[in-house]
Ligand binder design. Structure first.
Ligand code: B12
Ligand code: SF4
Length: 464
């Protein structure tokens, strides 16, 4: 079959982002892997990463390409955009099979076939499912599908992840992904995965695709993939695993393989690792293997809230992990959340204070969103207004849900205050500039650091 895979643009999503400098754009790993699997099975594949596209332009292009199957990937916030693309594809090429895949179709498959014109939604890992669809097998014989008036049982998770296809990176114009940012010292940057799944059960986390079972590649296979990415033109990589260090010894073995094969590609762990699953040895070896930046999902500065959200980690572990990472010279990002269940004003303050006291390089404070498929979504069901189904923006005026304990202005003010506490410290700006000099990155990092400091201070003035 002739297959067209589309990644909808994140367009306006990050327009209001506080720490835009920390956002990287890489070719989508999911479409690279799916395209690799399709080609391995003998199908012809084209991929469009629609970063700067308009719907009419896309419609014209689909009309010209005349694919037999159009596959669109999307996370929940991209549902409205994916729907618009599916409508354009239907108009341009009525005979094409429209397939939805990714996190949102996995958690809310019926949305795709009832609210949008998809013929079928793929639930869970798509590596085999999409090949079977392109092979033309009937829906009823393919596991993990939902269509308008039927569905098949979910498939088992893929256990032999070494058997997955290599990314079809040649289908992407890597020059489009060049950028300067704090987290990418060199470009283009490949998103790669060593493992799938995570054993933790954080209540706000979507597990609809990779689930609770952690499955890892062998170090040898993973480093083959790194070398494959380098041969395709990438100069750095970012590990997007849910939980790279689940078995710390395996993470260390992977780093050792990178060292043994002298790969020399700088890499990051921007998706975050768990503070509960690390030891000092990991940081030592990861640094030697080329990892220069990592993030931790701290979420809260309150042990009470951490327990309530089933984080399986403590503030003490957070402090210990940061001390180790700092010792080995990592740039450290912290992810925090405000408005978590069980949160009070004082626990939000504890979160802001923890962030400021941890000596992090950057911090992001997100307002909690109850995303479909999560335990939190079920818990907050009475507060969610599905009628207004648009998760595309974290703004009070999308009317998506009422927080049980805070108003939207209060949540926004809390996040602003946390940013101010973190970035508004003149000491922070001076220290970051000093660190940039030490890392030999002053020119690259100074303008971001100054901008972040100014954002923090301005937020502070604006509120007084
Ligand atoms: C990297 C990443 C990002 C990058 C995106 C990079 C990119 N180029 O796409 C950035 C940093 C931009 C990002 C942003 C956000 N992200 Co994010 N992100 C991830 C992360 C860590 C890895 C994604 C990835 O590459 N996975 C590996 C690929 C192979 O997995 P996959 O995409 O699921 O694909 C498989 C299947 O879904 C399926 N499939 C996928 N597409 C298709 C298409 C077809 C046609 C078919 C048949 C099958 C199919 O087959 C694939 C192979 O098995 C995931 C967590 C995770 N482990 O997946 C979170 C995750 C996707 N993100 C999440 C969230 C919440 C966000 C944000 C909302 C965060 C925020 N507060 O701003 C934003 C949303 C931005 C937006 N508008 O969509 C949630 C999604 C929740 C949801 N319900 O949608 C996840 C699952 C994390 C989590 N566990 O909660 N993210
Ligand atoms: S540790 Fe991360 S990936 Fe694992 S359940 Fe919690 S939020 Fe999700």
């Amino acid at each position: 079959m002739k297959v067209l895979l589309i990644n909808p643009t994140m367009g306006d999503y990050y327009r209001d982002a506080k720490v835009r400098a920390a956002i990287t754009l890489s070719p989508p790993l999911n479409l690279a892997l799916l395209a690799g699997a399709l080609r391995r099975a003998g199908h012809a594949v084209e991929v469009w990463d629609e970063e700067a596209g308009t719907i009419p332009a896309l419609e014209r292009r689909i009309g010209e390409a005349r694919p037999d199957l159009v596959g669109i990937t999307f996370r929940t916030p991209l549902f409205p955009r994916a729907k618009a693309i599916a409508e354009a594809a239907r108009r341009a090429c009525p005979s094409a099979l429209l397939v939805a895949g990714g996190v949102h179709p996995s958690t809310r498959p019926l949305d795709c076939v009832t609210l949008a014109p998809f013929d079928v939604a793929v639930r869970g890992e798509g590596d085999q499912t999409l090949v079977e669809l392109a092979d033309g097998r009937p829906f009823a014989e393919i596991g993990g599908l939902t269509w308008r008036d039927g569905e098949t049982p979910s498939r088992a998770l893929i256990t032999d992840v070494d058997s997955l296809a290599m990314g079809a990176w040649d289908l992407f114009d890597l020059r489009r992904y060049r950028q300067t940012s704090l987290v990418a010292h060199t470009a283009p940057v490949a998103d790669l995965e060593f493992s799938r799944g995570c054993r933790a059960r954080c209540v706000y986390c979507t597990k609809g695709v990779f689930g609770d079972a952690w499955r890892a590649k062998s170090p040898e296979r993973f480093v083959d993939e790194v070398e494959h990415a380098r041969a395709a033109g990438f100069r750095a990589f970012n590990l997007v695993d849910d939980s790279f260090t689940t078995i710390t010894s395996q993470a260390i073995a992977t780093c050792e393989e990178l060292i043994r094969r002298d790969v020399r590609m700088p890499w990051t762990l921007t998706n975050g690792i768990r503070v509960a699953n690390v030891n000092e040895e990991f940081f030592r070896v990861a640094r030697r293997a080329g990892c220069y930046l990592l993030a931790f999902g701290f979420e809260s500065g309150s042990d009470e809230v951490l327990k309530r959200i089933k984080k399986g980690a403590t503030v003490r572990q957070a402090r210990r992990a940061v001390a180790w990472a700092r010792k080995y010279g990592f740039t450290i990002l912290g992810y925090f959340m405000v408005g978590l269940p069980g949160e009070r004003r004082d626990t939000i303050r504890e979160t802001a204070e923890l962030a400021a006291s941890l000596d992090l390089d950057f911090a992001k404070f997100s307002i909690t969103m109850p995303l479909p498929g999560t335990p939190l979504y079920r818990e907050w069901a009475p507060y969610i207004r599905d009628a207004n189904y648009d998760f595309s923006i974290h703004r009070p005026d999308n009317g998506l849900y009422e927080h049980p304990d805070f108003t939207w202005p209060e949540l926004e003010a809390s996040a602003r205050e946390a940013y101010r506490t973190f970035y508004g410290r003149p000491r922070y700006v001076l220290r970051q500039l000093r660190r940039s000099v030490e890392r030999g990155q002053l020119l690259r990092e100074a303008r971001y650091t100054l901008a972040l400091g100014a954002t923090g201070l301005m937020t502070s003035f604006a509120r007084r």
